[in-house]
Design a protein around this ligand. Structure first.
Ligand code: SF4
Length: 636
């Protein structure tokens, strides 16, 4: 339901003049009167966003931790949505951050309660966050595990009911099935090979109903960076096929934790071939009644596909758990070409099969679409092109990933030159107020930017110790620090490999009170850490996203400077840059280092220490990173 603007418009003042006055009234008077701590940096940010709306420009809004960024962007975003009649889109780094934004104690709810607003906010989560009725049906036929009962219980009556008058409402979100584990969920959630456009039950599907629901949002749609990128890449092809784009027209975009957009863009632009998907699809279509010639071709395809993955695995190299380099041997390229040829023949045979109705229509369409994408990926792989490829494990399956390199050109064309105001909001977007790294990585030529510091007095609440590691190993130093004190400590590693190596040096006694990322589900580890059940949390991912206030986290140990890995993706970046150290290594490390240190002080009640463990080589780089530290280093 559409609500009015929160302020009156008059003939002699423009919308933007009135918006500017109103932002001042709310942030200088109304919210402070109701107990909010509004800061000059926050007010400055809100005005800069208002300017970006007026100029329809891209804005890098870098504001330190504790500025109150969310309220600073919500006030102009909601007003602009109501003025233009199109919702504002807020894109978050992941689904957890979406939930944080809309939770009961979150800023949106606080604004509703304090200002007496009725904010129409709807969620557009990634597609894999929704149940797929087709996959559920398939699973019910082949499996009788208990988790299916829980899923069935969560499906509302109207889905299988015959009365058309039953009220329809959104259902089928991942969060509605908390007791179903991830592995089981991945058997019944949406998977990219599903063909929703030709699905006969799409009108009853939870994902379709959610989509209709968020399309009608008046004020805010909240999605993840991954979903936004999927929308951007697929918008034109969906329109060509007569489908609606994934997201409706919006008045502006806020990219919360905008520094993570590049990774989402790369992920969304990749083509993936999983070892198992083709095999299960062949199983589905190779049935009685299918012509002998088609069956023989399918069998040959399966054999070649198996050989292809065997050959890939034998020659893949790199660190375990990371993206693996692929050695393109003559044999793997030859099998790849063979597969392309076989798929072309199979697609021709499918024309006859479809006329004979030997294969279920939906399954046939799904397989054809999959084969088209599969063969496109393999052509990219076997041809000489700019594409970057690697092998990695995803959901427990070997996956060949192929990424065309030109993310920047596509982003620039489809997102940043469309006259849509786009605001990047984050505590770490620049290196010393220089936004070149992020703007180059995203292909943004024209932008405004500002950087305001955190309101916290870091000299009072934070100490940074630089440990020069000589005559001992880093592991020994870390253990020495951990023995000295039992204070809640986050121990950050630049890679899984480094973390596992450290773990192997520990005795059973030294390991007491420590938990390592990957031991179990990460958010349950974080909950236990916050509750004081764990004294040391070892991680290689939590350089960002961890938000533990006050006494829950008082020490961060940085085991090694977070330079990017030597994986195929970063090696490609290095290869295409004039000065890899200055243009790739250093900016990546500096941003990540700032993010890691940013875990320590989250509120005005926080305090603590940062410990940098530095080898001789790393210490020599201290002049390259000391300028991004909030306080001076004490060398010990
Ligand atoms: S519309 Fe798509 S997600 Fe929904 S049931 Fe059909 S295939 Fe599955």
């Amino acid at each position: 339901m559409k609500e009015n603007l929160p302020f009156a418009l008059s003939k002699d003042r423009s919308f933007f003049e009135s918006l500017s006055d109103w932002i001042g009234d709310v942030l200088y008077d109304e919210l402070p009167e109701k107990g909010f701590e509004c800061r000059d940096e926050q007010i400055f940010m809100a005005y800069q966003i208002e300017k970006s709306l007026k100029e329809k420009s891209v804005l890098f809004a870098e504001a330190g931790v504790g500025t109150g960024k969310t309220i600073a962007y919500l006030l102009p975003a909601i007003s602009y949505a109501r003025y233009t009649g199109k919702p504002a889109l807020i894109s978050c780094a992941d689904e957890t951050l979406i939930d944080q934004l809309v939770k009961k104690e979150g800023d949106i709810q606080k604004l509703q309660d304090t200002l007496g607003w009725n904010i129409d906010v709807r969620l557009a989560k990634s597609r894999d966050q929704y149940l797929c009725l087709k996959r559920l049906e398939h699973e019910q036929k082949t499996n009788n595990e208990d988790f299916l009962l829980e899923i069935e219980d969560g499906i509302p009556d109207f889905v299988y009911g015959h009365q058309s008058l039953q009220p329809v409402h959104p259902y089928g979100e991942r969060s509605a099935f908390p007791d179903v584990n991830d592995e089981d969920w991945q058997k019944v959630n949406y998977h990219p090979i599903q063909q929703c456009a030709v699905c006969d039950i799409r009108n009853r599907c939870g994902q379709t109903i959610h989509r209709q629901n968020y399309r009608e949002a008046a004020d805010l749609i909240i999605c993840s960076h991954d979903f936004l990128m999927e929308h951007v890449w697929t918008k034109e092809s969906r329109l060509r096929e007569g489908q609606m784009p994934l997201l409706p027209e919006t008045s502006m975009i806020i990219l919360d934790e905008g520094h993570l957009l590049e990774f989402a863009a790369q992920r969304a632009l990749t083509y993936e071939v999983q070892s198992q998907t083709l095999v299960s699809l062949i199983d589905r279509v190779a049935q009685d009644g299918v012509r002998e010639k088609t069956l023989r071709l399918l069998e040959k395809l399966q054999d070649s596909h198996d050989d292809f993955f065997k050959e890939l695995l034998v020659h893949a190299y790199g660190e375990e758990g990371e993206r693996l380099h692929i050695k393109k041997t003559d044999l793997v390229l030859q099998i790849g070409r063979q597969i392309v040829n076989l798929v072309d023949q199979i697609l021709e045979e499918f024309v006859f099969e479809s006329e004979l109705y030997t294969i279920d229509e939906y399954d046939l369409r799904m397989f054809e679409e999959y084969l088209e994408q599969y063969v496109f990926s393999l052509k990219l792989f076997v041809q000489k092109s700019d594409a970057v490829d690697w092998l990695e494990e995803k959901d427990g399956l070997e996956t060949l990933v192929i990424m065309p390199r030109l993310v920047t050109d596509i982003l620039n064309e489809k997102l940043f030159t469309s006259k849509l105001p786009v605001v990047f909001s984050s505590a770490t977007l620049s290196i010393n107020k220089d936004f070149t790294y992020i703007s180059d990585a995203l292909g943004i030529d024209q932008y405004h930017s500002f950087s305001v510091p955190s309101p916290f007095d870091y000299d009072e609440v934070m100490k940074i110790f630089g440990h020069s590691i000589v005559n001992m190993t880093k592991a020994q130093k870390a253990k020495e620090l951990l023995v000295d004190s039992k204070e809640p400590t986050l121990l950050l590693f630049k890679s899984k490999h480094d973390m596992v190596n450290f773990e192997h040096t520990l005795t059973a006694e030294e390991r007491l009170g420590m938990v390592f990322e990957g031991e179990r589900e990460l958010s349950s580890i974080v909950r236990d850490f916050q509750a004081g059940l764990i004294s040391t949390l070892c991680s290689y991912h939590l350089w960002e996203g961890l938000d533990l206030p006050a006494e829950a986290l008082t020490r961060v140990i940085i085991f090694d400077l977070p330079f990017p890995p030597h994986d195929p993706l970063f090696d490609a970046k290095r290869k295409f840059s004039n000065n890899p150290f200055e243009e790739v290594e250093l900016p990546f490390m500096l941003l990540r280092l700032q993010q890691g240190m940013g875990r320590l002080i989250r509120t005005s009640a926080d305090h603590g220490s940062i410990h940098l463990l530095l080898s001789n080589e790393e210490k020599q780089l201290s002049t390259s990173f000391s300028h991004v530290l909030p306080v001076e280093i004490n060398w010990v």
